[in-house]
Design a protein around this ligand. Structure first.
Ligand code: AMP
Length: 599
């Protein structure tokens, strides 16, 4: 079984990192980690075919950290990522793994951030640099980044870098790295150009691919909820409350810590829940499973390993609270329901950046997973009322009701009210602490995923994209620098509104520039969402691009220094056409997708 056969201790990692992994609750390596870590520790170059959600960050980060000499305050590893939000995420992951490595320093550098800050940080020194290609290139040219001590180079999401038009920049950087270093390339797909880069710059690489074995999952209803607008815990309890045939559930999370935390939170909300993880000895484990069987527990929150082989027929639901690392794990997880000839239900929570994994699972299981609409407050209320009525109806048939009927009559008479009012008062008493109505707002519906959607440059998350950005005191389309951008699938495009200004840039068809290169560079370097980028006209030696009026100085400065195809674009307001090239209209997402993202 490819379900993470090894423990981290078998992979050759140092005691310090092993201790950290225990502390942060990682129980077993994911398949990509189990395969990549030993190979990287042995010093081989590596091609890893893996997507977000597989645990690929730790797969390259942990071995890379073993190589770092903390006493030498020089960049010893460089990780290139397609977007700045990924750069930040990867840097944060490294910082977490470095919690027991005093003095370890990782620095994210990306377009859009002030040079002054970056120069200060670079001069202070860092062991690992995580950056977007454009900005890394810039610092290499300015000699503010020196790679003489480089031991490891990682290309993360190489196919995304290709799609965003950064592959020349990546090669430019690879040309300037010292001869002797290890290179790891991670990519979800392996287009020809990425293969070519790998052949040119990697030395005898080992290739690791997590196979997605196909499997049938017949009697199970499969749905997914796209995480957005509401906390996962709130969504979970809403869903569980209204699921028709709910009896018992196994909820899968990634870490031991998460099993305990979620069990505590569900208990606090009145569920009979317990954690099942690798810290429990065999006896304790069996006890939890027995309790689930007998009905003393309704919910078990488990890690993959701890839940292996559980066979409890009353498990009506499996919830993938954290997405599994691969399709085999998914199939194994959902196989915990639908047992003994019953139908089962599998609910998958998918963060926007994990959409690719969802599609991989659908392909491997050959069954579509339908989107789940989160129950509204009214749905929950209706269900609670129906349950309440059901309970009352049961009691109406119970023996000994006469005694209470007599009391009700007495109260009605004494209070001079009808029996209905007395019943209402009693119902209220009975529901004390268990309200039939839930407070708060309904979340707005999540933007649904385009079947074929992929992350696009400059699409940053967790904001309400339907509201014009000016509401927030920002300029339309420009990233708010105070916020941490996070990646998210972009909702359907709305046309740019407001005034647009046409700019000219010094790069055109003769430089080999394409629309996608320009969109990628502007989106990434200036933090302008691609839907706010208007028409782009390509001429021979220059191009024009329309951007929202009122560009903040910082973004405009960043764009002056941005390069496309290695040429500084020197963005400035356009003063009329200069050469006789034909105009190519870039009309936002549709042509972006067609022209730029065809594989
Ligand atoms: P990635 O695919 O690298 O983006 O990782 C996805 C998520 O899985 C991150 O939140 C990691 O912290 C988590 N993760 C990675 N490896 C493990 C592991 N072995 N055990 C538990 N969680 C993990």
């Amino acid at each position: 079984m490819s379900l993470t056969p090894d423990s981290f201790a078998d992979l050759g990692l140092s005691e310090t990192l092993l201790k950290t992994l225990i502390e942060i609750g990682y129980e077993t390596p994911s398949p990509i980690q189990a395969q990549c870590i030993p190979v990287l520790l042995e010093g081989h170059d590596l091609i890893g075919m893996a997507q977000t959600g597989t645990g690929k960050t730790a797969a390259f980060a942990l071995p890379l950290m073993e190589q770092i000499d903390v006493k030498l305050m020089k960049p010893q590893a460089l990780i290139l990522t397609p977007t700045r939000e990924l750069a930040i995420q990867v840097a944060e992951a490294l910082q977490t793994y470095a919690k027991n490595l005093p003095g370890f320093h990782v620095l994210p550098i990306y377009g859009g951030q002030s040079y002054t800050i970056q120069l200060k940080q670079l001069s202070r020194g860092a062991h690992v640099i995580v950056g977007t290609p454009g900005r890394v290139m810039d610092h290499l040219e300015r000699k503010t980044l020196n790679l003489d001590n480089l031991k490891t180079m990682v290309l993360d999401e190489a196919d995304e870098m290709l799609r965003m038009g950064f592959i020349d920049d990546v090669e430019w950087i690879l040309e300037r790295t010292p001869e002797q270093h290890q290179t790891a390339l991670f990519s979800a797909t392996m287009p020809e150009q990425i293969r070519r880069v790998a052949q040119k710059y990697l030395v005898n690489p080992r290739e690791i691919k997590i196979k997605s074995a196909t499997a049938t999952v017949a009697a199970i209803r499969q749905v997914y909820w796209q995480v957005s607008g509401m906390h996962k815990l709130d969504a979970l309890t809403r869903i569980l409350e209204v699921e028709e045939d709910f009896d018992a559930a196994i909820i899968f999370v990634r870490t031991k810590t998460a099993t305990v935390e979620l069990a505590d939170k569900l208990n606090a909300r009145g569920y009979a829940a317990a954690a099942l993880n690798g810290d429990l000895n065999q006896q304790m484990r069996e006890r939890v499973i027995e309790q689930l069987k007998s009905g003393a527990l309704d919910i078990v929150i488990a890690t993959d390993v701890a839940a292996r082989g559980i066979d409890v027929p009353r498990v009506s639901h499996v919830v993938n609270y954290d997405i599994p690392y691969d399709t085999e794990a998914y199939v194994h997880r959902i196989g915990r329901t639908g047992r003994a000839g019953r139908t089962g239900n599998a609910i998958l929570f998918v963060a926007p950046r994990e959409i690719r994994m969802l599609r991989t699972i659908e392909r491997a299981t050959r069954s579509p997973i339908a989107p789940l609409t989160l129950p509204s407050r009214a749905d929950v209320t209706n269900k609670r009322v129906a349950d309440f009525k059901g309970k009352v109806a049961e009691v109406l048939n119970a023996e000994g009701l006469d005694f209470f009927a007599n009391i009700v009559s007495q109260i009605a008479e004494e209070q001079n009210v009808g029996a209905e009012e007395v019943a209402a008062a009693l119902a209220m008493m009975a529901q004390e602490g268990k309200p039939l109505q839930i407070a708060g707002e309904d979340p707005r519906p999540a933007p649904s995923f385009d079947r074929d959607s992929r992350p696009r440059p400059g699409s940053f998350g967790e904001r309400d994209d339907r509201k014009p950005r000016f509401d927030r005191g920002d300029k339309p389309g420009f990233e708010n620098r105070g916020e941490r951008p996070r990646r998210e699938e972009r909702p359907a495009r709305s046309a740019p509104s407001g005034d647009m200004v046409r700019y000219r840039i010094d790069v055109g068809r003769d430089h080999g520039a394409q629309v996608k290169d320009i969109v990628g560079a502007i989106a990434n370097e200036a933090g302008i969402e691609s839907r706010f980028i208007g028409r782009i006209a390509l001429y021979d030696e220059s191009s024009t691009v329309e951007l929202p009026a009122g560009m903040p100085g910082e973004a405009s400065n960043a764009l002056k220094r941005t390069r496309v195809r290695g040429v500084p674009i020197n963005l400035r307001p356009d003063e009329g056409r200069q050469d006789g090239g034909t105009e190519r209209k870039f009309d936002g997402e549709r042509s972006f997708k067609k022209k730029s993202f065809d594989r």
